[in-house]
Design a protein around this ligand. Structure first.
Ligand code: GLC
Length: 467
């Protein structure tokens, strides 16, 4: 089956968050199930695009309103990704050193139109077009209703919601940028007086998926304004839990970490990685190491972290190491804690893939107090590296972490507040001190299978069902 994934991010080419990890792994696993999945994304100016060779496979003329612009489709030459990679090259809009910016309406509209124009002239058309998040959300509408794409009308479209908070709204004045369509269908683009690419995709895609079953249920009540729409389209929606790329995330083969380990060598392996972290970040090896990795934004409850850390670090019993970036305010507060709790606390503000891997390998606990978590991949990476997740019971976190009090292996809390996170940390601390069961638990969690095998097949079954 010929499947095209369309996305703004794809690991290892350009990553901002979990979207990249999913789009970088799912096609590979689908191809191992004998499908022909490829990825189409923008050609950004990133290290990957600078250091790899691409071949031009198509050159076209893009019409964006009255503006006409040449664009190219580039294909990665020496490709070891496990799927074909195509990039839409529109230098003045997309050849940037960031994925997202203030000008995203134009950028992603151009990207989507160019991608569809290219697909339109295929002799051998795809059997499925799978769009991810609002950056490709206009595609299901355009395929169904723009005159120009009439030949693509019979191809089923799937839209996956990785994060319903971001919807890509823009004003009606930009409608003329889209290829012509019957104005009776205008309502499919509109939501509350704005053009809303995520809403348009939910209305027009043949199937809508969310990245965990619990998140789909939550969206019925909390979807940043789209609740009633999601309820209305519930019949064509399904929650499919993300997997992780267990080749990239394998503590026994991971070239980023200080010392590789297996189930049998987990004790020494984690100790060596923890020692590296403690030496590098001036932490105390004899105390449990809690970490937070991710975007420092409200959605992830990062705004509560400074108060949480102030409280737990005052006890002098735990270490904390942060890796992430986001709100200036939170970054500032997290930086300022360094001098107060030197020897027990440190923060690396920024993005660092190697350090992230080493932290999963060396930490004892990973904190994910997210207010909203559509799936969350970090808790699954943590499990695979023997690090116990401490999570808010929400979205995908709820679908993947079971509390030790319920016969499970992690720590869960029901509220997102400083006191409930502090309480969860203190439960984690007690658990750490039950040395024998803590050590056994490490082995249990490392064996939980969150690889893509199962979910990649669920997607394929879904494609087959709608075809
Ligand atoms: C988004 C969500 C995250 C999810 C990821 C991949 O980043 O916030 O929860 O794991 O997409 O689907």
């Amino acid at each position: 089956m010929k499947i095209i994934h369309i996305s703004a991010e794809c690991y290892p080419i350009a990553k901002v968050g979990g979207l990249a990890d999913v789009v970088g792994a799912l096609p590979k696993y689908q191809n191992s199930l004998k499908s022909d999945s490829s990825v189409v994304m923008p050609f950004y100016n990133y290290k990957f695009t600078q250091t790899n060779t691409f071949d031009e496979v198509y050159r076209g003329q893009l019409q964006l309103g009255f503006q006409s612009q040449e664009y190219r489709i580039l294909s990665l030459s020496k490709n070891e990704l496990g799927y074909e990679l195509f990039c839409v090259d529109i230098p003045y809009l997309l050849h940037t050193s960031h994925v997202y910016s203030d000008n995203d309406t134009y950028r992603f509209m151009a990207f989507q139109i160019a991608a569809l124009d290219w697909i339109l002239q295929f002799k051998n058309k795809p059997e499925i077009v799978h769009c991810h998040d609002h950056h490709s959300g206009l595609i299901p509408f355009m395929m169904a209703h723009c005159y120009k794409y009439e030949d693509l009308r019979g191809i089923p479209t799937i839209f996956t919601i990785h994060n319903g908070q971001y919807q890509g709204w823009f004003g009606h004045d930009k409608i003329p940028l889209l290829p012509a369509f019957d104005s009776n269908n205008f309502g499919l683009l509109d939501w509350n007086g704005m053009i809303n690419p995520m809403a348009a995709a939910i209305k027009c895609a043949w199937k809508v998926t969310t990245v965990s079953p619990s998140y789909l249920e939550e969206l019925m009540y909390e979807a940043n304004g789209l609740e009633s729409l999601l309820r209305q389209e519930r019949h064509k929606s399904i929650g499919i839990l993300n997997g992780i790329d267990s080749e990239v995330w394998n503590p026994n083969k991971d070239s980023y970490i200080e010392k590789n380990f297996t189930l049998r060598s987990v004790k020494n392996g984690k100790a060596a990685n923890k020692k590296y972290l403690c030496d590098t970040f001036n932490l105390d090896i004899n105390k449990p190491l809690f970490t937070f990795i991710g975007r420092l934004v409200e959605e992830k409850a990062a705004d509560l972290l400074p108060s949480v850390f102030r409280e737990v670090l005052s006890s002098g019993k735990v270490n904390v190491l942060i890796l992430g970036s986001g709100s200036d305010h939170v970054e500032g507060q997290l930086n300022s804690l360094k001098s107060h709790f030197s020897g027990l606390y440190n923060a690396y503000i920024g993005y660092n893939e190697k350090l992230a891997h080493t932290i999963y390998a060396g930490a004892d606990f990973l904190l994910m107090p997210s207010r909203i978590e559509p799936c969350g991949l970090n808790q699954m990476y943590a499990l695979r590296y023997g690090t116990v997740p401490v999570v808010h019971r929400v979205g995908g976190l709820q679908d993947t972490v079971l509390d030790i009090g319920d016969g499970g292996f992690g720590i869960c809390h029901d509220q997102v507040s400083v006191s409930s996170i502090v309480h969860a940390i203190s439960r984690a601390y007690d658990f750490y001190n039950e040395e024998k069961s803590f050590a056994e638990n490490r082995k249990t969690i490392m064996q939980i299978d969150h690889s893509w095998d199962k979910s990649a097949k669920t997607y394929i079954d879904l494609y087959k069902y709608i075809k």
